[in-house]
Design a protein around this ligand. Structure first.
Ligand SMILES: Cc1cc2nc3c(=O)[nH]c(=O)nc-3n(C[C@H](O)[C@H](O)[C@H](O)COP(=O)(O)OP(=O)(O)OC[C@H]3O[C@@H](n4cnc5c(N)ncnc54)[C@H](O)[C@@H]3O)c2cc1C
Length: 287
């Protein structure tokens, strides 16, 4: 069933300051809308509960890619097409380019934003595994000021984030620190294209010979929110890659996998495939 447009209001403030002032003065009233590729699907199917939308898509203060020597800063309104076109991101953060290219169709990528992808807080979203593995931080902004926190703490549960009423995601910042790392990202879905992931794993490893000196594992759909697999990371750190290490890493991953059963897949399948993706990555390091 379609929604009745006359039941909805859309406000489009001219500046970020105006948007934040409105969010402060009318708390809990307005829902930000950026590219709208999540919210308009809900609107079209009559499921959009929020009646007052605050358009932020045109706010240039939230749309930028700044690369300084140590960090790449990406504004929340940056689209996946813009991410895919960035030479700095392609060079330093290839897993983010790959995940941006998986997100829906080209038409979708022209509108869909990085901020919308993570604020929507789906456990299956495509960019969180790479952002987790790369150790991203997020900057949140409100009329009271800004705060920056590790992205690992951003998701509190299914569709729940630390965003407070009146706050917007301003930007995502990622260190340019992974030049010597082996990098991999895999998404398992129903099809190769235009599929929401059943499970996804982004993996970074630094090696000294066959010893793992740093390991970073970000996942989607392994729990009710995107998470880093710290138990598996601990099992692998400072270990040589061999059958025994791989067995222990799989067992550690199993302890932190709490996937959901839903229409896309079963929890059992998700857990088994996550372990297989991890093993594939580890074996690729010594091939
Ligand atoms: C055909 C199609 C295919 C898709 N395929 C994929 C896919 O393969 N992988 C995938 O991950 N997603 C997919 N999506 C979902 C969607 O495109 C992405 O999640 C996209 O990144 C959402 O961004 P947006 O700007 O359109 O979000 P919007 O719909 O504008 O907003 C989404 C949510 O984020 C909030 N929000 C947005 N920006 C901010 C901000 N700056 N601060 C605070 N809150 C904010 C909104 O209030 C809303 O709750 C698909 C969607 C469609 C329609």
């Amino acid at each position: 069933m379609h929604s009745d447009p006359t039941q909805f209001a859309l406000t489009a403030p001219a500046t970020l300051t105006e948007a934040l002032t409105l969010l402060r003065d009318e708390p809990g009233t307005h829902t930000p809308i950026a590219g709208g590729t999540e919210l308009m699907v809900a609107f079209n199917t009559g499921r959009l509960k929020q009646r007052s939308l605050l358009s932020i898509q045109h706010l240039s203060e939230l749309r930028f890619i700044h690369a300084d020597p140590g960090t790449i800063h990406i504004g929340a309104n940056t689209t996946f097409t813009e991410i895919r076109r960035s030479q700095e991101i392609a060079t330093d953060l290839p897993l983010l380019i790959q995940s941006a290219s998986w997100t829906g169709t080209i038409a979708n990528q022209n509108r869909a934003t990085l901020g919308g992808n993570i604020c929507n807080a789906s456990p299956a979203a495509d960019t969180p595994p790479a952002l987790l593995a790369y150790g991203a931080t997020v900057t949140l902004i409100s009329s009271a000021g800004q705060r920056t926190l590790p992205y690992t703490g951003f998701h509190l549960g299914y569709k729940k984030t630390v965003l407070q009423p009146g706050e917007l995601l301003h930007s995502v910042s990622i260190p340019r620190a992974f030049a010597g790392y082996r990098q991999s990202i895999r998404k398992v879905g129903t099809r190769n294209a235009l599929a929401i992931s059943k499970i996804a794993l982004a993996a970074l490893a630094r090696l000294d010979g066959d010893i793992i000196t740093d390991i970073r594992l970000g996942t989607a759909s392994l729990t009710d929110r995107p998470v880093r697999c710290t138990a598996a990371e601990t099992a692998l750190l400072h270990q040589p890659i061999n059958d025994d290490t791989i067995r222990r890493a799989r067992a550690a991953l199993a302890t932190e996998a709490h996937p959901i059963d839903d229409i896309r897949s079963t929890a059992r399948y998700r857990s088994a495939v996550a372990e297989n993706l991890l093993e594939d990555f580890l074996r690729s390091l010594i091939r």
